[in-house]
Unconditional design. Structure first.
Length: 133
């Protein structure tokens, strides 16, 4: 997956990952929490493959459960990273998040674990990324 993501970033795509905000949020200068360690591991893997990670957007849990809030999170990502809906492709297994993106005219690709119950989400993501070239 890291190799395929790095390939997309080398082609000029910006990579912004989303994750649920951790229960224990400790974004302080003097400490590194598990979320930051995970983000750093992803960044390191992408760099080793010649790619880059523009950022990780931590979505508040309320934004994952309420339609209005999901759209607000997506608008915040657009503003924060100075991108337009025409330049965004959301790849996700979260159907409500995909629906909110579509309502904002953001292009989407759904990763559907039900389509291949024997494959885990990483394998499904890898297949999706492969199809993008």
């Amino acid at each position: 997956i890291h190799r395929r993501l790095a390939h997309l970033t080398r082609k000029g795509c910006r990579l912004i990952l989303t994750a649920a905000e951790p229960d224990r949020w400790l974004p302080t200068r003097g400490s590194e929490d598990s979320a930051l360690r995970a983000q750093n591991r992803i960044q390191d893997q992408l760099r080793r493959q010649g790619g880059d990670l523009d950022g990780v957007y931590y979505v508040r849990r309320s934004e994952l459960t309420q339609d209005r809030e999901r759209q607000g999170a997506l608008r915040d990502i657009l503003n924060r990273y100075a991108v337009t809906v025409e330049d965004v492709l959301l790849i996700s297994a979260n159907r409500p998040f995909l629906d909110a993106a579509r309502e904002l005219a953001i292009k989407t690709i759904a990763i559907d674990p039900d389509a291949d119950p024997t494959a885990d989400r990483c394998r499904l993501l890898d297949r999706t990324l492969k199809s993008l070239g």
